[in-house]
Each structure stands twice: as C-alpha cells, then as structure tokens.
Write a protein that binds this ligand. Structure first.
Ligand SMILES: *Cc1c(COP(=O)(O)O)cnc(C)c1O
Length: 811
C-alpha cells in the first residue's frame, strides 16, 4: 500500500469528514469522527482489495473458502489500521487534531456474529490467511442481530437483542448484483431426456441471498481477502399492494417475513444442537448461496469444472455447513451434467471438515421429515450418497449389521451430519492432540478404521496481531526493544525472549507492564461494575461461555471455601486475590444461568464483608465479548482453564492468556496439554483427573460424589452453604447446582477434582510471593506462545489439507 505520512493523513481525514458530514471537524461528535475514520480506512483498503482480486483472477491460484455459521470478529478499526501499518501515523495525526484514536476505536460496536471459541477461531483464521498471502475467504451469514447483549439485573442474566447495525457498518459492501437464489420446499419432477434423468425443482419458495462483503486486511503485505456474509431477502421487495386480493396480500407479507427471518438472528447456543427448522434453513441458505457464487465465479474466469478441486478448497467449520457436500453434488450433477463418479471425486477432494466437540448434546441430527420437506432434492442426494456408502460398508464389514447401522448417514429417522461430513470430505481434523486422539480411538473409531488417512490434527491458534500487538502495546514494545520485531512476522521467534529472563531489569519491566495493565482493568471494573479492586492483588480470571463442563461452579466452590477459612481465621496468610468472571449463558440453559447468579451472590456477600474484603474480592463483568476480552486478558495474572478433562476440545483463551504473560491453572485437557509441553511443568500449575481416569469412570463407573462429600468436611460445608440461605434468602435458589453435584452424582467431577484444585491454588499463592520467580514464569509463557499463533495453524491447514502454496512474501 502506498505510504502515508501524518500530514497527508490529516488532510485526507479532514476532507473525508467534511464530505461525509457537511460540518467542520470541531463541530462533530465522536461518533461522526469514528465514521469518517472508518470510511477513510475502508476507501484506503478498497484499492488494495481490488488489486488482490485482480491478481487472484489472473494467476488462477487455488482459492480457499472457509465456511462457518459464525464469525466473531469484534471490532475492526484498530486491527485494520495495525495490519495496513498506519496505526501509529494515524494516532499521531489525530492527536494533532485533538482526537484520541483509542476513544474512536472504542466507539465501534463489536461485530458479534458468533457464540464463543468456534466463531472467534474463524475470525483468527481469516486474519492469518490474509497475513500469510493465502487466497482464503470467509463465507457465512449476515445476522441482523448478533449474539445477545448480556445485562445483569439482581444478579441474574437478562438478554437484550444485539442491534449491531443500528449505527450502520462502514466495513461492509452490499453487492446486490452478486445475489443468488436459494430454493426451499416444493417437489422434484423427474424427467428423462436422451437416457439421462433430470431433476426439476418445482413449487419451491425462492429466497434471494444478497452478499455483504467485508475486506480482510493482511499484515503489511498488500493482501485484502473477502469475508462474504449472506443476507436473506424476498425475491421481490416491491409489492403492488392494489393488485393483491386480501388473501394474496397477507400471503405476500407472510412470505416476506418468513424469508427475512432466515438471517434475522444468531442462535445463542454454544456446544449445543438446536433441532429447529429455522436453523436448518440458515444452514442451507448460506451454504447454497456460497457454493453457487463460488462456481459462478470459477466458471466466469474460465475454470474447467472437472478441475474444480485443483482450484478451490472448501473448509467446513464443524458440521453446521455440511450441506456443502450435497449442494456441491447437486450443482455438479444437475447443473453441470457430470456423471456421479466425477461429481463425487471432485466433491470429496474439494471439501474438508473440522470437528469441534465430542459433547453428545452438540451432535447435529436432523429429523428425516423436516429435512425432506425443506430440501427435497438435497435429501434425494443424501439418500444416494448413503446408499453407495452403505454398499462400501457391507463389503468392508460383511455381516456386521449393527456396526453398519451405527455408521450410516441416515438412521433412526435422522440425517447424521457428522457422518455425512466424514464421508463427503477428504480430511477430518480435530483441534488439539488429545481431542484428535479421542476422535480416532473412541468417538469416531469406526470411521478412523474405515478412512485412516482422512484423520489428522490441527491444534487451534490465535492471531498474535490482535491478541498481543493490538491488545497489549506495552508488552509488545518491551518485546520489540528486547528481541527486535522479527517475532511479528515469525511469532515462533518469541522464543528469543527466554534468554533474557535472567535479566532482573527485564523481569521488573514485565512486572511493571502487568501492573499498568491491571490498573487499567481495575478502572474498567470500577466504571462498569462499581467495584473497587486492588491492582496489587492477584487477578485470577475465568472468562468464557458459562457451561457445566467448563466448571465455573468449581471456581465458585473454592471461593466459598476460602471465604469460610478467612472467617474462621482472620489472620490467615494469603496473597490478596481478585476473582474475575465473565461469560454468557445460553438463554435456555438453566444451570448456566443459575451459575451466573451464584457468582453474583458470592460477590455480593464477599465484597460487602469487611472481615475479608481487604483480602478477596469477586467480580462478574457484564457482557463478555471480544472487545472486553482484549481488556481483561493483558491484565490477568492467573488464567483458569479448569474444564473436566476430555471435554474441552482445544480452548483458545488459554493461548491468549499465556501470550500475555499469565500463569495457567489447568487440567490436562485440550490444548492445555500442548501448553504444558511447551512451557514445562514448572511454568504451569496442573491438577485434576487425567483423560484415562475420566474415561474410565465414564465407562466403568466407580465414582461416588456422595462419598466424596461425606469424607471431606470442606465440601460438606460449602455444599450446605449452597442451600442454607447464606448466599441467598431463598434457600432453593441454588438447589439445581447442589443437586447436580450431589443427587445426580456430579457428572463433571467437580467434587472429585476439588482437593487437587485447592492444592493447585495454594501453590499459586506461594509462587506469587516469589516475585522474580513469578515474573520469570510469565516470561517463559510469553516466550513459548509463538507456536499458538494461528499463523502456525493456518500454515498447517494450507499445506496439510488445502494444498495451497504458502508463499512468504515480504519476510
Ligand atoms: C477466545 C474467546 C472465547 C473462547 O474462550 P475459551 O476459554 O477457549 O472457551 C470465547 N469468547 C470470546 C469473546 C473470546 O475472545
């Protein structure tokens, strides 16, 4: 991109402001100033965007399309400026105009089109694909309402709709001329012409899919890729009201509403399957429009459909976009007229699939009747795929009827999306070593036996550009001053920092930076939650979706236990701690909502008890989202990664925290294992059951929560505290939590791991007293975090799955 200096920037900005708002800069509101800046950056990016597209069309490089129902982008202004390479120039130029860049950046609404880890992963991947010069684009849904906004009222979560487009969105470009039609319902008429059957879809409901494109800027490399999000509209927006009879009119309105509902709202369930027709509609809607537009573009630029798999890779993020498989088959067979064998080979070679969870409640299975009525042609194709696949199974496993029934794509009255995804793609990957091993050996072992070469691991990552360079400028500066800026393009070079950790001056700098970040976080906590916290206390943080398997309840129980100990012994010598939580519960998930209420009631009790509140404070921060994560993580001392072993496929916040110099307290679950392998046992605090022990209990039983309760007076006391009115005047308030732990035998081994967890926390306490040792551990974590950059992950996807060339330009 053309270099820009302060003077030129100021001139362009002042002009842009005037042109956009028709008033002088000094009369404008901050919102107007933000809009002008966003718009200027967008214009600036647009030129490179066009150039990138032209280049892709000319070179015919393989294009990668990442299909995902969720993209949790957060804010875009700061990261775009950073990646273009003009954030500092822009900050200084605006300062000369008496404008604070940070203030304008903070006005941007988060683009919250995702629930949590899965959607954030997709966003990190877009950033890494662009930054590694990979022609990789996103495809998803432009939800009118993103992930709900969380308010806490009387300690309880209240959901407010996220009207993120209210003030407009400077980043998106509506491309009505690239709209596609998606067909729902109706019937299939079969005709025979010249010995070939053709399938004609009639009486369907057409939906117009309009793409909105957002530029994805690579880091200082002149690459701008595209995130294409589809919006559902009525095929004709113009109703001639007079020409409708009353019935037609109402029908037309009904049609319009039903169509627009498709891209109206993001389902707020994380790791949970919602068997609603509208959800299936959303899936087919974006997959069909995405694939149609890919093929249209491919053919327009002279592509030979028989070589599609050499020029296009389509990746599906979890099973949500699995309909990409039958939809691509439909186009190749019905529209391109290919024979089945060619169509199938191309489809399988084009598509690859990432599995994200082994939680059974997350497995997508659609009732046959719903599927067939909504997608009649797609259902016929799935039936035929299944018929051919089952033939293969019969020859591979003769006589093993049960096994074949279990492995079939259609069975028990349902279409099993994970089975279709495995059968129709050439690669199936898990997201961390342990997760992939569990897929291969347990969850999907029959499929692994059938297709051993499809299975592989790609451990998740995070973009260090957002999660270090942008969110922690002070640490970034220390790193640049100490080891040079090579790590920015080669994050693995962060390792060079380790050899500086014997330098007391560096350790003191690390401590100083952490303190400053904690002071900033303390200020935000006060502004948002009206709670005063001490930046010199340990900031002990668990922020993520609220879910039983993530065990926020275990964190609560240890705070309740510590509170009891402090009341019993006011002189108890502990390092003061501030316990910080944040996270949203799915609106229909009672246990998770109850957990939020418990956290807030513990906070209320503890924070208002003068006997303890010099030593402990508890904070629940409202409305967890990407921009809040960016504030919390740099100011964290202790990262809580305490899921029941085997349940967290990877986790990614664990990586964000280590990269920002927090010490991790963790079970050996997901990517925590790889973090442990990187930093060594001395630089992480591990506790709890290991995977074999957990799997053994699930398989053979032998765990009694009641026995644990009876044998441990601490547990007895705190569980009784849940129901004796101590934390809520309504004694039944937390009964669900109590019963899950005791009556229903503690499915997630909270009580089983409790003693080990407390010991881990005691260890943290004593480590924190050795200031230099502590800073050294934090430094080791930073030094070893480079491998968890999503640049490493994407390079592995590119070379190991997509077959794209990874070109290191500008390095
Ligand atoms: C990283 C991130 C997550 C994922 O957190 P985990 O602890 O890995 O589940 C969820 N939400 C937001 C906003 C994030 O930034």
């Amino acid at each position: 991109m053309t270099a820009i200096d302060k003077k030129l920037f100021k001139k362009l900005y002042v002009n842009k402001f005037l042109e956009m708002h028709g008033i002088e800069l000094k009369e404008g509101s901050n919102q107007q100033k933000y809009e002008a800046l966003g718009s200027l950056v967008r214009d600036y990016v647009t030129r490179t965007w066009l150039k990138t597209n032209k280049k892709y069309n000319k070179t015919g490089e393989k294009q990668v399309y990442y299909f995902s129902m969720e993209f949790l982008l957060g804010r875009l202004l700061g990261d775009s400026l950073l990646n273009i390479g003009i954030r500092d120039v822009c900050r200084e130029a605006l300062a000369e105009l008496n404008i604070s860049l940070e203030e304008l950046e903070n006005l941007e609404q988060d683009q919250g089109l995702g629930n949590g880890g899965l959607g954030r992963l997709a966003a990190c991947f877009l950033d890494s694909m662009a930054s590694l010069n990979i022609p990789g684009h996103g495809c998803g849904i432009r939800y009118k309402y993103g992930f709900f906004e969380q308010k806490v009222i009387d300690g309880k979560q209240v959901e407010v709709s996220d009207n993120w487009l209210r003030q407009g969105n400077v980043w998106e470009k509506r491309n009505a001329n690239k709209a596609e039609i998606v067909k729902f319902g109706g019937n299939i008429k079969v005709e025979e012409n010249n010995g070939r059957l053709s399938f004609i879809h009639v009486n369907y409901e057409p939906v117009l899919a309009v793409p909105y494109d957002t530029p994805v800027v690579g880091y200082e490399n002149d690459v701008v890729n595209t995130l294409r999000l589809w919006s559902a509209e009525a095929v004709s927006n113009e109703f001639d009201f007079s020409s409708f009879s009353r019935g037609d009119f109402l029908q037309a309105i009904e049609y319009k509403n039903s169509v627009e509902s498709i891209s109206q709202v993001l389902y707020p369930e994380d790791s949970f399957y919602e068997g609603k027709m509208l959800r299936l509609k959303q899936q087919y809607f974006f997959v069909s429009s995405g694939i149609q537009s890919i093929i249209r573009h491919f053919k327009k630029h002279g592509g030979n459909i028989l070589e599609l798999d050499e020029k296009v890779a389509i990746h599906i993020n979890d099973t949500h976009p699995t309909l990409a498989i039958p939809e691509l088959m439909r186009i190749l067979l019905d529209e391109e007229g290919l024979p089945w064998e060619d169509a199938w080979r191309i489809t399988e070679n084009t598509i690859s699939y990432t599995n994200h969870t082994i939680l059974s409640e997350a497995l997508e299975k659609w009732p046959i009747d719903m599927f067939k009525n909504l997608l009649p042609r797609i259902f016929m194709l799935v039936e035929e795929i299944n018929r051919r696949y089952c033939e293969e199974l019969w020859s591979k496993f003769p006589g093993q009827q049960n096994k074949i029934a279990n492995m079939a794509i259609i069975g028990d009255g349902q279409v099993k999306m994970a089975h279709l995804a495995i059968v129709g793609s050439h690669s199936v990957n898990g997201v961390a070593k342990l997760h992939t091993e569990i897929l291969k050996k347990k969850e999907m072992s029959d499929f692994y036996y059938l297709y051993p070469n499809k299975f592989n691991n790609k451990t998740n990552g995070i973009t260090h550009r957002r999660w270090l360079l942008k969110s922690n400028p002070k640490l970034t500066k220390l790193l640049c001053d100490t080891i040079g800026d090579g790590f920015i393009k080669h994050p693995i070079d962060l390792q060079k920092f380790e050899s500086h950790l014997d330098d007391k001056g560096i350790l003191d700098e690390l401590a100083k930076i952490k303190l400053q970040n904690k002071q900033k976080l303390a200020k935000t906590i006060f502004e948002n939650e009206k709670i005063i916290v001490d930046p010199n206390s340990i900031f002990d943080v668990q922020v993520k979706r609220i879910h039983a398997y993530k065990r926020q309840t275990m964190n609560c129980l240890r705070i309740m236990d510590l509170y009891n100990k402090l009341i019993d012994n006011p002189n108890l010598d502990i390092s003061p701690r501030t316990f910080i939580f944040a996270g949203k519960a799915a609106p229909g998930y009672y246990l998770a909502k109850n957990t939020i209420e418990l956290i807030n009631n513990i906070a209320n009790k503890v924070n208002n008890d003068p006997r303890v509140n010099e030593k402990i404070k508890v904070v629940f921060m409202e409305n967890y989202r990407v921009s809040l994560a960016e504030e919390i993580i740099p100011g964290t001392d202790v990262s809580e990664q305490i899921s029941t072993t085997t349940k967290e496929a990877s986790g990614t916040s664990n990586m964000k925290f280590m990269m920002n110099g927090a010490l991790t307290v963790a079970t050996l679950d997901g990517a925590n294992i790889e973090i442990r392998d990187e930093v060594g046992n001395d630089n992480i605090v591990i506790f709890g059951l290991n995977a074999d022990e957990v799997l053994n209990y699930y398989k053979n039983g032998g765990y009694s929560a009641l026995e644990t309760y009876n044998n441990d007076p601490r547990i007895k006391n705190i569980l009784n505290d849940l129901i004796n009115g101590k934390y809520h005047s309504d004694r039944d308030r937390f009964k669900t939590i109590y019963e899950n732990l005791l009556t229903y035998n503690d499915e997630f081994f909270v009580l089983k791991d409790f003693d080990s967890y407390l010991k881990a926390q005691d260890k943290v306490d004593s480590l924190y007293r050795e200031k230099d040792t502590w800073q050294r551990m934090c430094g080791v974590n930073i030094s070893h975090s480079g491998i968890f950059s999503s640049d490493r992950t994407i390079e592995q996807y590119a070379t190991g799955i997509w077959g794209s060339e990874v070109i290191y330009k500008n390095l």
